[in-house]
Design a protein. Structure first.
Length: 183
């Protein structure tokens, strides 16, 4: 009888350990998503200042400026979307910002502007932070998804409603491509 009680206690302790691992992994994925969200907000806040600094120089690049403005609006409005939806909008915004920076290269006065240099540097730092945050989040999602799908933790996950999380990935090959700059 004592052996049976000891085995049941061991199983219960193991189940609690699996549950705690699932909770930890879910919290890490949430923390990772929060990091991405902070960096995307920072980028969205930088864009109006960047656009203001280039408007005077790039009057005839109006379509590109309007596209960046439109995509920024979509990114800010879609903050509550799923990682997949956010990745689509943010990927398009990154592409438009890349094109804006490439076009800005053909304006020597703009390139020499201290405001533009500062915004360009801040945007570059933010893009690097977004990339690091995305890697952290995707790693946390991978750990959560492995825990949710692996035996025997999948039994505990199913019992307590743990589900797989979505990765934050760029959808199209064009979004992954480095913008080409031609002089």
């Amino acid at each position: 009888m004592w052996i049976g009680v000891a085995v049941l206690a061991g199983i219960a302790i193991y189940a609690v350990s699996l549950y705690n691992t699932l909770v930890k992994n879910r919290q890490m994925a949430g923390e990772g998503w929060s990091g991405i969200d902070v960096q995307l907000k920072r980028r969205a806040d930088l864009i109006p200042n960047l656009l203001e600094s280039v408007k005077g120089y790039m009057a005839h690049e109006r379509e590109l400026l309007e596209e960046v403005t439109r995509l920024r609006g979509q990114a800010v409005a879609g903050r509550s979307g799923s990682p997949e939806q956010r990745a689509q909008v943010e990927g398009a915004l990154s592409g438009a910002l890349g094109r804006l920076m490439a076009v800005a290269e053909s304006y020597p006065d703009l390139k020499a502007s201290e405001n533009f240099k500062e915004f360009q540097q801040a945007l570059e730092e933010t893009e690097n932070e977004i990339s690091m945050s995305r890697r952290y989040y995707n790693g946390a999602v991978r750990n959560l998804n492995v825990s949710v799908e692996s035996f025997p933790s999948n039994l505990v996950a199913r019992q307590f409603g743990f589900v797989k999380a979505e990765y934050f990935e760029l959808e199209s090959e064009a979004d992954r491509a480095v913008p080409t700059v031609k002089f």
